[in-house]
Each structure stands twice: as structure tokens, then as C-alpha cells.
Design a protein around this ligand. Structure first.
Ligand code: LIP
Length: 267
């Protein structure tokens, strides 16, 4: 088995196990079941986030003790190999808290900084998206492709908002400018799932400022392998400043609509 496939196999097994853990715990969760907050009072961590990340770290460590791991909740653990894992135990924590079935375990493996394998698993729906670099993208084992949409006015565009109030105010103002030019907007609440939605044509495009590398890595690989373009403004790489994802026939139009509004800034 090639290295990306070996890494993907471990990522999928681990994501499914973590997914079972968070799904089983979900019924005991109420909107008050917050164990900590991060950037703001509304940026929450649940006990399930912590338990799922501990499980994922343990499984990755057992199988590949030399690899580094960066997890949303537990931070950075060094490793001596060229492989680094990016882990979001629950992407869409607020959906999870409210029982909205749009949350996911996201695990990506990077070699020398480039994502080579990734899985996004939604335990509430049983959907598992996978990709290896150069090997295509799949939903539950079936090949997927971006929508092929080439008209902005017919494009369904997903986005998301940061937790910080100042950033949100600006994101709302930008959205006001975008809305008249597209078919409609969706805010599903989990960035990894938004990228997988682009990958399978469930939406035509997506943009968001403020993603962590753990939100982005697996979903971006899946979207790219499904034929989408994933980038930032003016040829920049997708990153915390901005992520834009869309099929090649739509990317430039979405980019050009966004660019003058500077969605990569907060003021
Ligand atoms: C969340 C995202 C969501 C985004 C939030 C946040 P979390 O991740 O996936 O779509 O808009 O800003 O980053 O906090 O649920 O892991």
C-alpha cells in the first residue's frame, strides 16, 4: 500500500472510532454542557471534544509514534518524521451542542507540509469523505466531483462567521454585498463539511475567513481532489486569512466578487 493510502486507512479508522464516541455522547449534551471557552464565550469546547481528541491522539501515537500532531484542543506534539497530523475532533461544535446533525471529525496527514491524505466524517449522517493527493475524492467509497457550475448568479455559496463580534460585523457587511449576486447563501456551521459540500456539488462555492489549519486541511484536499480550486486572494494560498473554494469554472468569478470587499481583513 502506498504511504498516502496507509495514512488514509489509519485516519479513517480513527475518525470512525472518534465519531462513534461523540455520537454516543451527544444525547447527554445540552446547550449548557460547555467545559471551556476559547476565543470568546461562544467559542466552546465540550467534554466530547476533549475525549475525542485524546482518543485520536492515542490511536495516531500508537500506530505512528514518530509523527507530529496538531489538534484543535490539545495543541502541538512534536515528532521526528516528516508526517504531521491535523486533527479537529469536532468541527461544528456549536451544531453538536444543539443537536444539529452537521458536525464532523476531521483528520488530515501532511508530508513536508502538504496534505496527502484526509478524512471528514459526519457521525450523525454516516457520511465519510476521503481523499489522497492524486488519488481522487470519495463519499462513502463513491467518487465525487464539484458541481461544474459556471454562473455566479446560479451559484449556491456557503460561508461561515468567526466568533469575534468585530469580525462578525464585518463578515455580515460583506455578505450583504455578495447576496444579490449569487443564487443564495448557506451557513451550515462546520467548515470541513462546507468544503466537502463543494467537493460533491452540494454547494457550488464557499468562502470564509479565520479557519484553523485543523478545520481546513482534510476538507481542502477532498475539495481539490474532487476538481475544485481552493485558494486565497490574488493567488495566495488558502489559510487563516481567507479560504475560497469553487469549481474551476466559478472560482475566478467568486474571487473577483470577493476581492474588492477584502474579506481577508477585519476592518
Ligand atoms: C467552526 C467552523 C465553523 C466556522 C467557525 C469555527 P469549530 O469550527 O467549522 O464553520 O464558521 O468559525 O471555526 O469551532 O466548531 O471547530
Amino acid at each position: 500500500m502506498s504511504e498516502p493510502n496507509t495514512l488514509l486507512k489509519l485516519a479513517v479508522e480513527t475518525a470512525l472510532e472518534a465519531g462513534e464516541l461523540i455520537r454516543d455522547r451527544r444525547n447527554a449534551v445540552t446547550t449548557m454542557a460547555v467545559s471551556a471557552t476559547k476565543t470568546t464565550f461562544t467559542d466552546v469546547v465540550t467534554e466530547s471534544d476533549t475525549a475525542a481528541e485524546a482518543l485520536i491522539r492515542e490511536r495516531l501515537r500508537q500506530a505512528r509514534p514518530e509523527d507530529a500532531i496538531l489538534g484543535e484542543e490539545g495543541g502541538w506534539s512534536d515528532g521526528g518524521s516528516a508526517v504531521r497530523w491535523l486533527v479537529d475532533p469536532i468541527d461544528g461544535t456549536v451544531n453538536y451542542l444543539y443537536g444539529i446533525p452537521q458536525y464532523a471529525v476531521s483528520i488530515a496527514a501532511q508530508r513536508d507540509g502538504d496534505a496527502v491524505a484526509g478524512v471528514v466524517h459526519n457521525p450523525a449522517t454516516g457520511e465519510t469523505w476521503t481523499a489522497t493527493r492524486g488519488g481522487g475524492a470519495f463519499l462513502n467509497g463513491e467518487p465525487i466531483h464539484e458541481s461544474g457550475c459556471d454562473r455566479l448568479d446560479l451559484a449556491l455559496v456557503a460561508t461561515g462567521f468567526g466568533y469575534d463580534a468585530t469580525r462578525r460585523a464585518r463578515q455580515a457587511a460583506i455578505l450583504q454585498q455578495i447576496l444579490p449576486s449569487v443564487r443564495d447563501i448557506r451557513r451550515a456551521g462546520a467548515a470541513s463539511l462546507d468544503l466537502c459540500s463543494v467537493a460533491m456539488g452540494r454547494v457550488d462555492g464557499y468562502y470564509e475567513r479565520g479557519l484553523g489549519p485543523w478545520d481546513l486541511a482534510a476538507g481542502a484536499l477532498i475539495a481539490e481532489e474532487a476538481g475544485a480550486v481552493v485558494g486565497g486572494l490574488a493567488g495566495a494560498q488558502a489559510g487563516p486569512e481567507l479560504v475560497i473554494a469553487a469549481g474551476p469554472a466559478l472560482f475566478a468569478a467568486l474571487h473577483d466578487l470577493l476581492a474588492p470587499l477584502r474579506p481577508d481583513g477585519d476592518v
